[in-house]
Design a protein around this ligand. Structure first.
Ligand SMILES: Cc1cc2nc3c(=O)[nH]c(=O)nc-3n(C[C@H](O)[C@H](O)[C@H](O)COP(=O)(O)O)c2cc1C
Length: 215
């Protein structure tokens, strides 16, 4: 099989990223771009981000999760701590996050370290989830091999009966990770492949060094 995509070509012309216009702090720059993406109405889930981890097998693995919060400290997402990504993070907390907002012709790449958030914060978020999603967190031993879809649906029916009209407790293997950035790169598509790339790198004195990278 073969499909040639050599003719897929697009000129990026929507915006620019200059040293004069960027924020001093990369989280503020992220906030600006995130708000612009939300307001643009052209991305279904602007908070969808790719999380890459280094696996125990030595391979990187990327998957999409939903960012649920960002602050000056970093980025929070929720998952199963015993999943493949959870095990990878336990062995090596170095991760990479990336956002691609095609309608904005923008990409953000974040390198950082992931750590579990405080249990009470995970409790708070778990309680705010719909009943069905809470059960979903319990029903699924995320990333384990299962015999069939029927097996999962049977387990869900069991749990629905057990927790009918009752509060679902957060399982201790489900919760949030905070990714604290050490570097953040902002990419803005430009014409003639001369894209803008600005990278912030965290220094020992906790200041951010700003550099322009060749596209
Ligand atoms: C749009 C989208 C959003 C997702 N959000 C999450 C999420 O917030 N948390 C999560 O654990 N998995 C989420 N997933 C599923 C993950 O991509 C992945 O399948 C799962 O976390 C298991 O990954 P692992 O086996 O590498 O640990 C999402 C997938 C998609 C496509």
């Amino acid at each position: 099989m073969q499909k040639d995509l050599g003719n897929y070509r697009k000129s990026y012309e929507k915006s620019e990223l200059t040293e004069a216009s960027i924020k001093e702090n990369p989280m503020e720059q992220f906030q600006k771009w995130f708000h612009e993406t939300e307001a643009s109405d052209g991305v279904d889930e602007p908070n969808a981000m790719t999380v890459s981890t280094i696996g125990m097998d030595g391979f990187p693995k990327s998957r999409v999760v939903l960012m649920k919060k960002f602050t000056f400290e970093g980025f929070i997402f929720y998952t199963n701590y015993q999943s493949e990504k959870g095990k990878a993070i336990a062995a090596n907390p170095a991760v990479c996050l990336s956002f691609f907002w095609p309608n904005m012709e923008r990409q953000v790449i974040i390198k950082g370290t992931a750590e579990k958030i405080a249990e009470n914060l995970s409790d708070g978020y778990f309680e705010s989830r719909p009943h069905g999603s809470q059960l979903g967190a319990i029903v699924s031993d995320q990333s384990e091999v299962v015999p069939s879809r029927d097996y999962l649906e049977g387990k869900l029916r069991e749990l629905e009966q057990r927790f009918e009209g009752k509060e679902v407790p957060r399982p201790n293997y489900w919760g949030g990770y905070l990714v604290k950035p050490v570097s953040m790169e902002f990419w803005q598509g430009r014409p003639n492949r001369l894209h803008d790339r600005i990278r912030y790198t965290l220094q020992e004195d906790f200041d951010w060094k700003v550099e322009r990278l060749a596209p």
